[in-house]
Ligand binder design. Structure first.
Ligand code: LLP
Length: 414
């Protein structure tokens, strides 16, 4: 547990929370370096596979450098993410480029940077990469992302592996992919991948994915295509209601080693959430309290501009008060400051009595928190801080409103 009371004072790792709060404007993100590196090492040990951090979950340079130092590769989905990964020092041979819509320029950029694999997500894209190879007289290493038509049993908005989802190439087009790759002289098909969705809670679903991918790989070999890499995606779920009971990765590790025993290719995963969600919290201040229609509202400074997940997916995040040692006997709805009714962070939660200027903690926001934040309502992006034992450092400066205004230009006819 990274946030804890010691002698009635609240600490985040070895840092007294009060010290950070006094010197930084809320809302801000706090990340625990220890939780990130412990989670990474544990997952790597259990899966004994290569791990590519899906950097969309948290693309901050300090976080990426930490992941890289832990031994991770990077899974990127745009040229922007690729630049972030390169800038943080990832070896291009440990970067894979997925993504359902890549422009020609993005593909050319990835080729120029000599990354491990560009994973094509459509027949058109395979043809385009082959064409670029022909134009530049090169042979380009690619992977193919398949859509295995497996229901990940997660929210529709984060499901990616059913046949009606926009991602990957339908598994029904397997033979077409094989013959296209054989007849295309400027690509070298070295890998296959899949990712069926995010926040998956059941290892049985991964069992289905592993079986399908193993069979698919066997088919490639039987057609004379030697694969070097099989990537099994990310999607490992965490339990946002509790701070335990996440996807059973020990079981997942057993499954992967039994299905892919002694295979002649490298097996990898590309998790995002699992590696970092638990490492982050938001500290937010109560701006005002009110009772509307019998509901006790706490209006806080962190809203959907800081953490979009509750408004976008009705996602749950545990919210606690910094005066948590007092009796939790009041029912509150915690809402952000944004002018949207969907800007609710948590409904009907029990907290001790609150008043303006008190602080709350929002838990498990390390993944898809800051990376999905916006400056809607012209509230700048929040500060992010990394804590390492008893030290802390800003890793992302709060966005300043004058910088935002300066990016607009007024035409000379106005
Ligand atoms: N690989 C690919 C190709 C992906 O599209 C994703 C996530 C991942 C890996 C990592 O998935 P993870 O291990 O983090 O579940 N914004 C949503 C999650 C969207 C995930 C999109 N793709 C949320 O806040 O829940």
């Amino acid at each position: 547990m990274n946030i804890h009371f010691k002698e009635n004072k609240l600490f985040f790792e070895g840092v007294l929370l009060e010290d950070i709060i006094q010197s930084h404007k809320t809302p801000f993100y706090l990340y625990s370096q220890k939780v990130i590196s412990d989670t990474y090492k544990n997952l790597e040990n259990i899966l004994s596979s290569e791990i590519f951090f899906a950097i969309k979950a948290n693309p901050n340079q300090a976080i990426l450098k930490l992941m890289k130092n832990c031994g991770a590769g990077a899974d990127v989905v745009s040229a922007g993410e690729l630049q972030r990964a390169l800038h943080a020092g990832f070896d291009p041979r440990k970067i894979i480029f997925e993504g359902v819509g890549k422009s020609k320029e993005e593909i050319e950029f990835a080729i120029q940077k000599k990354i491990r694999l560009i994973n094509a997500e459509s027949i058109d894209e395979i043809k385009l990469i082959n064409k670029i190879g022909k134009e530049t007289n090169a042979i380009i290493n690619i992977g193919v992302r398949f859509n295995p038509n497996i229901d990940s049993n997660t929210l529709d908005k984060i499901s990616t592996g059913k046949k009606t989802d926009k991602f990957g190439i339908s598994i029904e087009q397997l033979n077409e992919v094989i013959s296209l790759s054989k007849s295309s002289d400027h690509i070298n098909l070295k890998g296959i991948s899949c990712h069926i969705g995010s926040q998956i809670q059941s290892t049985a679903i991964f069992g289905k994915v592993f079986d399908t991918m193993k069979k698919t790989a066997d088919l490639f070999f039987s057609c004379g295509i030697v694969l070097e890499y099989v990537d099994l995606g990310g999607g490992f779920g965490i339990n946002y209601e509790k701070n335990h009971n996440d996807l059973d990765i020990v079981n997942l590790g057993k499954l992967v080693s039994s299905v892919f025993k002694n295979v002649p290719y490298k097996v990898s995963f590309e998790p995002g959430r699992y590696l970092i969600a638990r490492a982050g919290i938001i500290i937010t201040k109560i701006l005002t309290t009110k009772n509307n229609g019998g509901i006790n509202f706490l209006i806080i400074d962190a809203g959907m501009q800081t953490l979009l997940r509750p408004a976008m997916y009705a996602a749950l995040h545990r919210v606690e008060a910094l005066n948590d040692l007092q009796e939790k006997n009041i029912n509150y709805t915690v809402a952000g400051p944004i002018c949207e009714s969907s800007d609710i962070i948590a409904k009907d939660i029990q907290l001790p009595m609150q008043k303006s200027d008190n602080y709350l903690v929002i838990h498990d926001v390390g993944a898809y928190g800051a990376s999905m934040a916006s400056n809607y309502n012209s509230r700048g992006l929040p500060t992010e801080i990394l804590v390492n034992e008893n030290k802390f450092s800003i890793i992302h400066e709060e966005e300043n409103i004058s910088e935002i205004i300066e990016r607009d230009t007024i035409p000379d006819w106005l």
